[in-house]
Design a binder for this molecule. Structure first.
Ligand code: OFO
Length: 169
């Protein structure tokens, strides 16, 4: 059985994962408004990833005999200065999520909850990938200077991303 403290902390994290999806959907809307469908599609796939992260937490709370409690989701930013700013913000956001996952892990360790530690390890690894993905795109965008032929090529490249449920091993 999950402790009340850990259950409450995971319920907070469920809210943050939902916010992450909402944030990426807002970024997709920005890219759609700029006629960059590949960038928009990338962000819609990111929304699916965040939904997956949310439901994994949701299932864990239930499997451990806890109670999922949903809270109000904050409004994400609507306007962005440039594509590079969007990905810089995404990277910053993922870095803050990593910190939250680490804090959850600290709590699981303090409570000596081995099942939670094992479960959270998946997110620790996933965050390495999340930060790396955003960082790679920031670097590429800086290389192409955010405009011209390079942007079209990046739009085509990002359009190829599809959602595959992350590796759960
Ligand atoms: Fe759920 O990892 Fe991104 O935010």
């Amino acid at each position: 059985m999950i402790s009340e403290k850990l259950q409450d902390a995971i319920n907070e994290q469920i809210n943050r994962e939902l916010y992450s999806g909402y944030l990426y959907l807002s970024m997709a809307a920005y890219f759609d408004s700029m006629n960059l469908p590949g960038f928009a599609s990338f962000m819609k796939v990111q929304l699916e990833e965040e939904r997956f992260h949310t439901m994994k937490f949701y299932d864990f709370v239930n499997e451990r005999g806890g109670r999922v409690v949903l809270k109000k989701i904050a409004q994400p930013p609507v306007d962005f200065d440039s594509p590079v700013e969007v990905f810089e913000l995404s990277l910053k956001h993922e870095q803050s999520v990593t910190k939250m996952i680490n804090e959850l892990m600290d709590l699981a360790i303090a409570e000596n909850d081995h099942a939670a530690k094992s479960f959270l390890n998946w997110y620790v690894d996933e965050q390495v990938e999340e930060e790396n993905t955003m960082n790679g795109i920031v670097n590429k965008l800086k290389m192409v200077g955010g405009k011209g032929h390079g942007m079209l090529m990046m739009d085509n490249e990002l359009a190829t991303r599809t959602f595959t449920p992350p590796n759960e091993n």
